[in-house]
Design a protein around this ligand. Structure first.
Ligand code: NAD
Ligand code: UGA
Length: 463
């Protein structure tokens, strides 16, 4: 039996440790956090994050061998293996501001581990960190005579499919030192995952390859989205259809079909942060061309969101001032309540700048948007959980999140309740555009020619 501790009970710490506890009943797994509200929520029936399948996994292990607590120091003292999954946001101050990772929470945790440990432990980097962070951590942790082994075990789960991804990962990556104690630590972590992950999917590397692979994986994924979004812009100018282009290129097995969904842009707490972190590292190591190459993925994503709004404004007769516009979805993707870096936020802010009357709707994410991301402008926004109410009296609807239910709405009813001419902007290409056009909507999808009822504008060469 091992005492496994995870410091940080967020979108990563909560789900990953719940799955470990469920699959390793002989180990005692404790998740701690300084945020008392979060810990209370993990102990209740109302978990702090929405994630399909999470409730069942937590219920299976909580109270048996899965525990949540705010007593960080006590649990550090008792732990044999400590995962650290605290947040590593982009630095907002000083050297590297706007790009580098802010490692203050990580470093604080390392010092706390050192202070409350009286024997050797394995410390696992679960948070996403710049390459070579483990070297700094080793220096802090091993400054007091106790020997800690630092491992890198980056997390690849995606929100909305976290439990599925944890249950059946494409791979588990573990990086460690090539010393005998380092390799012993690697083996201890391999043994935990081997409870449910086929051995050939657990790969081990050196520390630096593991740390860097996490940043690179996110950069490659985000790059595909920016690449197809770049092409979507060209499609809109040439009457090509980006869905058809994505399908055609994705059938080439060397390219593959996944992560080619053109959209209003990628969001989430990690893609932008991790690419900027990679850019900063390239600049730090004096590789300016490499840095510029990756930075363009983020630039393209910002352009995509701005262009979405400028297309809305230009197609709605160059003004949205005083017009009710309903944004369907605030979450950065479907099946999560997470709104961090969601494109809906920037679209909402741009529309407010244009003096539109914005109404937001979402099945799970309204509270996060109101309380955190849009708190500063919340009094200028209407938050409406009922989509049909949100659409009532609107000049336009815009799909911001690919929630399944938005593809299945009664659009006839919605059309009848809207101001005419009625516009629909599909930022996720999930709707049946021809059908909506036949109903009377003016339809603008990503990377497709508009379907409008204005004869002169059926094909726009310029916006
Ligand atoms: P999060 O903000 O949801 O959770 C981090 C938690 O750490 C917070 O609850 C915070 O209170 C806690 N914390 C901070 N300092 C602490 C301390 N000293 N002691 C105890 N608790 C402390 O963040 P997240 O989304 O779970 O991401 C965590 C890390 O995992 C980041 O590095 C992120 O890049 C990485 N990651 C995230 C995802 C994802 O899908 N969100 C996926 C893979 C990797
Ligand atoms: C992403 C990675 O997929 C995970 O492997 C990684 O662990 C995680 O980041 C992380 O490090 O935090 P996540 O951000 O949760 O996961 O969600 P994704 O499914 O990757 O989607 C990210 C954004 O890209 C969403 O806004 C999504 O709508 C958008 N996207 C994705 C597209 O616009 N088109 C696509 O084809 C795919």
């Amino acid at each position: 039996m091992a005492n496994i501790l995870c410091i940080g009970a967020g979108y990563v710490g909560g789900p990953t440790m719940s799955v470990i506890a469920k699959n390793c009943p002989e180990h005692r797994v404790t998740v701690v956090d300084i945020n008392e509200d979060r810990i209370n929520a993990w102990q209740s029936d109302n978990l702090p994050i929405y994630e399909p399948g999470l409730d069942e996994v937590v219920k299976a292990a909580r109270g048996r061998n899965l525990f949540f607590s705010t007593d960080v120091n006590r649990h550090i003292a008792e732990a044999d293996i400590i995962f650290v999954s605290v947040n590593t946001p982009t630095k907002t101050f000083g050297q590297g501001a706007g790009k580098a990772a802010d490692l203050q929470y990580w470093e604080k945790t390392a010092r706390q581990i050192l202070e409350h440990s009286d024997r050797a432990k394995i410390v696992v980097e679960k948070s996403t960190l710049p390459v070579r962070t483990a070297a700094a951590m080793e220096r802090i942790l091993n400054s007091n005579g106790i020997k800690f082994d630092v491992l890198s075990n980056p997390e690849f789960l995606a929100e909305g499919t976290a439990i599925e991804d944890m249950n059946s990962p494409d791979r588990v990556l573990i990086g460690g030192r090539e010393t005998s104690s380092g390799q012993k630590a690697v083996q201890a972590l391999v043994d935990i995952y081997a409870h449910w992950v086929p051995r050939e999917r657990i790969i081990t590397t050196n520390l630096w390859s593991s740390e860097l692979s996490k940043l690179v994986a996110n950069a490659f994924l985000a790059q595909r989205v920016s690449s197809i979004n770049a092409i979507a812009n060209l499609c809109e100018k040439t009457e090509a259809d980006v869905n058809e282009v994505a399908y055609a290129i994705g059938l080439d097995s060397r390219i593959g079909s996944r992560f080619l969904r053109a959209s209003v842009g990628f969001g989430g707490s990690c893609f932008k942060k991790d690419i900027l972190n990679l850019v900063y590292l390239c600049e730090y190591y004096n590789l300016p061309e490499v840095a510029a190459y990756w930075e363009q993925v983020v630039t393209m994503n910002e352009y995509q969101q701005l262009r979405f709004v400028s297309r809305m404004v230009s197609s709605m007769f160059n003004t949205v001032a005083g017009k009710r516009i309903a944004l369907l979805g605030v979450a950065f993707k479907a099946n999560t309540g997470d709104t961090r870096e969601s494109p809906a936020l920037s679209v909402c802010r741009s529309l407010l700048e244009e003096h539109a009357n914005v109404v937001l709707t979402d099945p799970y994410a309204l509270d996060n948007a109101r309380q955190y991301d849009l708190a500063d402008v919340a009094d200028r926004i209407e938050f409406e959980p009922d989509v049909y109410e949100a659409a009532k009296g609107a000049h336009a609807l815009a799909i911001m999140t690919e929630w399944d239910q938005y593809a299945k709405l009664d659009y006839e009813r919605i059309f009848n309740s809207m101001v005419k001419p009625a516009f629909i902007f599909d930022g996720r290409n999930i709707l049946n555009h021809r059908e909506l056009h036949q109903m009377g909507f003016n339809v603008y999808a990503i990377g497709k020619p508009p379907l409008t009822n204005f004869p002169a504008d059926t094909f726009e060469f310029d916006e």
